[in-house]
Design a protein around this ligand. Sequence first.
Ligand code: PCA
Length: 326
Amino acid sequence: MIRRTLLATALATGLCFAAGAQAQTKWDLASAYPTFNFHSQNLAQFAKDIDGATKGALKITVHSGASLFKGPEIKRAVQGGQAQAGEFFMVSFQNEYPIFGADGLPFLAANYDEAFKLYQAQKPFLQKKLDEQGMVLLYAVAWPPQGIYTKKPVQSAADLKGMKWRVYSPTTARIGELVGAQPVTIQEAELSQALATGVIEGLITSSATGADNKLFENLKYYYNVQAWIPKNAVVANKRAFNALDKATQDAVVKAAAAAEERGWKESRAVDAKSLAALKAGGMQVEAPSEQLKADLAKVGETVIKEWTDKAGADGKAVLDAFKAGK
Ligand code: PCA
């Protein structure tokens, strides 16, 4: 009985024993974005740092490109222990807990410094919620600011009317509705295909995702709206984390702090590089017109009001802490 329990625990936590050698733990880390994407590169370095610091006692295999689990499934897979760790796009989970969507609120955080402050305001709530769900928050890194890609020129929100509009979160879907577009949920891994087959004609995402997917092959305009700066969170299964010895846990925490710092820095650099890559690919990269800005600001107010109503006391606490820290 005890042996069976031990074996079950060993399986769930990825513990392996090589004959005569020291115990080695193996973790699978699931991620949804291409191997060459900066978040994925950061994860690879994170795994390498831990391997080095623990002298191979914890080996993390990073499965990028949604190869182990699709984007929307990763969080649940880590929660259930099918993967010991994973990276997920927080704003997609706003319906589960509004605070996951705070970094997807339009025009709340205007730049990376503010986005980092918003993260600090969210963090205790994220940690608590994830803990309740059986997970540990390791780190979170911002995508570059989000802008609008389209086939046709857009001077005002009216130009978005009727457009087949790719969405990745409740907020992007709501924005689509408010401007009269047709929201369609598409994962990043399926973006190119959806564009090539005409399933979508426009979207909000980062310069990085535009460059990663060569969106200039199907779309012509990028309006650098800087609407919000959303984050990926990297989490571990709590049971798997607790099964590590103290020294290994410390190594994971230390590597996570380094990955977070590296990731935020890299995100800024990638934004500049990606904007250049979009231009080089023939995309017209423009600032939004005054009219488009005003229209989006109005939509943004509605979205924030609706979020605040739903997000209750936790939402208010996050917004208050963010404003106090600004
Ligand atoms: N790229 C991802 C998430 C946010 C971003 O910039 C996507 O579009 O799915």
